[in-house]
Design a protein around this ligand. Structure first.
Ligand code: PLP
Length: 381
């Protein structure tokens, strides 16, 4: 089988498995206890924190290990709501992941304003600037890279605007981390990362706090994680996520396979969602298919050994078109024809090219079946 659904989740990295087993065997003690074993576990925990801090260029005290990106976002918006005025508003981009959109709506009911996106899938910074000039906002939520289209967002520009207007920037880097160097995302007030997108185990994540966010409190209870995140740390999960992250190519994943596929389907009736020139994640290609709903392609590709998806894994099975594609101006009918192809760091150029051939074979199958399907519909009536 060929797995091209890395944006949903990546398989556990061998280095992560090794680190997980090592910690479970040797450093299983509670890092907050006073025993010798606990001290060793604590040392192992801080080693992981330092690895993240070093590569992000931040103080280790600003690296907070969490139970995944969704939980982290819920905690960030809870904290923002609890520490701001009852009428405070937030600005959220129209292409955010549900974990951001829903958390913002829950904690700032009827106090969320939207930043639209353009047809290229990028957040519209001109509108953001207008909104920031017109109203004070307690925070802006803008992701680093979109999970459905892979389109990279103008985070540096958004960061500058937030600084100018003295508002905080909440940046979801779940799809960026591991695939592209993280140092580019320095200076965010809240940067959230999801471990299972690059080979860590699920339910693990990181929040990197901005220099001024020392008062951040997530779940309350014990004083773990420098009092930012209560609960006994999942040390094995943290070590696994850290090992998986260290194992990623320093300059990011290769774009060669993705480009080979884009080139192979060019001028054949497929088009790249957002356009071919917009910068995107190295592993992601979102294709508007020439005909037939994406769900049919997915089933047929699966039978041939290719695993791809039609958008966000969180949205699978939900009714209605993707909010991301709608925000980009795609009509509902077209949005149903969008396939998300997201390879891994080891997916070869040959594999991506073979996928182009598989797509063409499925297209022929579906075109040939169309008469038969129409007949079935008539008989059903
Ligand atoms: N943000 C984005 C952009 C994602 O793609 C995902 C995962 O699908 C999440 C957040 C949620 O991450 P987690 O599964 O760690 O809660």
């Amino acid at each position: 089988m060929h797995y091209f659904d890395f944006n949903a989740t990546a398989p556990l990295h061998p280095a992560a498995r090794e680190a997980w087993l090592e910690v479970q065997d040797r450093f299983w003690a509670n890092p907050s206890s006073p025993t010798r074993f606990a001290a060793q576990a604590h040392h192992r925990l801080e080693e992981s924190r330092e690895i993240w801090a070093e590569s992000l260029g931040v103080d280790p005290g600003r690296v907070v290990f969490t139970a995944g990106a969704t939980v982290a976002m819920n905690a960030v918006f809870t904290h923002l709501a609890e520490t701001s005025a009852p009428d405070a508003r937030v600005l959220v981009s129209a292409i955010e992941h549900p974990s951001v959109r829903e958390a913002a709506t829950r904690w700032f009911p009827r106090r969320v304003d939207e930043i639209p996106a353009g047809q290229d899938g990028r957040i519209d910074t001109a509108v953001l600037e207008e909104r920031l000039r017109a109203n004070p906002y307690v925070a802006v939520a803008a992701m680093a890279a979109n999970n459905e289209t892979g389109v990279l967002q103008p985070v540096a520009e958004i960061h500058t605007l937030c600084r100018e207007h003295r508002t905080r920037l909440v940046c979801d880097a779940a799809q960026w981390a591991g695939k592209l160097p993280l140092k580019t995302l320095q200076g965010m007030d809240y940067l959230t990362i999801s471990g299972h997108k690059f080979g860590g185990s699920r339910g693990m994540g990181v929040i990197v706090l901005g220099a001024a966010e020392a008062a951040f409190r997530g779940p309350v209870g014990g004083g773990q994680e420098n009092a930012h995140w209560a609960g006994t740390e999942d040390l094995a999960g943290i070590a696994a996520m850290t090992a998986a992250w260290q194992a990623q190519p320093v300059s990011g994943w290769s774009v060669a396979g993705r480009e080979a596929l884009a080139g192979a389907v060019r001028d054949r009736g497929y088009s790249v969602v957002g356009g071919e020139t917009v910068r995107r994640l190295p592993n992601t290609l979102s294709l508007l298919l020439p005909a037939h709903p994406a769900t049919r392609w997915i089933a047929r590709l699966d039978r041939r050994g290719w695993m791809v998806s039609s958008g966000s894994a969180c949205a699978t099975g939900t009714k209605g078109p993707s909010t991301v594609l709608a925000a980009m101006g795609l009509a509902p009918e077209a949005a149903k024809r969008v396939l998300r192809i997201s390879g891994g760091p080891a997916s070869s150029v040959e594999e991506w090219s073979e996928l182009a051939a598989a797509l063409e074979a499925v297209r022929k199958e579906l075109d040939d079946d169309l008469g038969e399907e129409r007949l079935v519909t008539i008989v059903d009536l």
